[in-house]
Design a protein around this ligand. Structure first.
Ligand SMILES: *[C@@H]1O[C@H](CO)[C@@H](O)[C@H](O)[C@H]1NC(C)=O
Ligand SMILES: *[C@@H]1O[C@H](CO)[C@@H](O)[C@H](O)[C@H]1NC(C)=O
Ligand SMILES: *[C@@H]1O[C@H](CO)[C@@H](O)[C@H](O)[C@H]1NC(C)=O
Ligand SMILES: *[C@@H]1O[C@H](CO)[C@@H](O)[C@H](O)[C@H]1NC(C)=O
Length: 261
């Protein structure tokens, strides 16, 4: 029922989407609906689909940006994905030390020191433990994953086509995603890019496309006009292009999982 509903939707506006498909909207504000659970010492935000929409054999791992689980928009976007029919888990990648939401607004936050405290091995370990919990305790058979900015590097790292990893990926404006990580992806991958994003610029995007085409990967790339780094999560809602880009990236992810997960 949900699939049929979604099929009619591709490319239409939020207003139409919410009118013809109740639930398929992006929450920009409000109170997060999920709850935290302690999973092997990691705080993991859990948010669930409405009853009847749930396919218990699948779930989505949400790999955040540097603002992590404390950021309301991350929890609300996870809730939006849940309303589209998925159980969504958002692990705290940074053990209580995510970058404060206002860090970009002025001087004073020491980014190099923060990066030094959070090596690749830390996020790798949190993701591996969360995946083990999903496959084990939750009994999930097929795992989809979304990754934004920081998380856009880690979804490819775990999209390996093996039994314990991620089966289907979506990433938006990835940071520090290297060619080897793109090369190593096994499984369907959808990428949302913004034309104002310096971290995943036109050169990086075309390189990624060349690699995916050469490998005959099942992929999708979508480029959003006027979309800066971070647009999948944090936008200026008064800016029409940015608002469209965030919502477009959300529908892109939902459609991708509907087809491939
Ligand atoms: C979370 O669980 C771990 C054991 O898995 C325990 O050591 C830790 O104290 C717990 N943390 C909280 C905040 O409950
Ligand atoms: C994109 O960024 C890379 C560095 O990561 C740089 O070499 C390249 O020139 C940039 N491309 C564009 C179109 O700005
Ligand atoms: C690419 O993958 C598709 C789907 O798996 C397959 O049907 C097609 O034959 C492949 N193309 C090449 C050139 O290997
Ligand atoms: C649930 O998802 C699995 C994995 O994609 C699929 O095989 C199964 O048919 C789905 N079940 C229903 C009831 O849609």
């Amino acid at each position: 029922m949900f699939k049929a509903c979604l099929l009619g939707l591709v490319g239409v506006t939020t207003v139409l989407a919410s009118a013809s498909c109740p639930g398929l909207t992006v929450s920009h504000d409000g109170t997060p609906a999920g709850t935290f659970k302690n999973v092997s010492g990691i705080q993991v935000y859990h948010t669930y689909p409405p009853k009847g929409k749930h396919n218990a054999s699948t779930a989505i791992l949400y790999v955040t940006d540097i603002f992590g689980v404390p950021l309301a928009q991350n929890k609300l976007l996870a809730d939006s994905l849940a309303r589209a029919g998925h159980t969504v888990l958002v692990p705290d990648l940074f053990h209580g030390d995510a970058v404060p939401a206002n860090a970009l607004e002025g001087p004073g936050f020491d980014f190099p020191a923060w990066i030094a405290k959070h090596p690749v091995s830390e996020s790798d370990s949190v993701i591996a433990k969360t995946l083990a919990y999903m496959r084990g305790e939750l009994g999930v058979k097929k795992v989809g994953a979304v990754g934004y900015c920081w998380g856009g590097k880690y979804v490819p790292r775990f999209l390996k086509g093996d039994a314990g990893g991620i089966d289907v990926g979506f990433i938006a404006h990835p940071s520090n995603l290297d060619d080897g990580e793109i090369e190593g992806m096994v499984g369907p991958i959808s990428i949302a890019a913004g034309d104002l994003d310096d971290a995943f610029n036109a050169t990086r995007r075309r390189t990624a496309e060349d690699i995916l085409i050469k490998k005959n990967t099942t992929y999708q790339t979508s480029l959003y006009a006027g979309a800066p780094h971070g647009f999948g999560v944090r936008v200026d809602l008064m800016n029409k292009r940015q608002k469209f880009a965030k919502e477009g990236a959300f529908y892109q992810a939902v459609g991708w999982f509907d087809a491939w997960l």
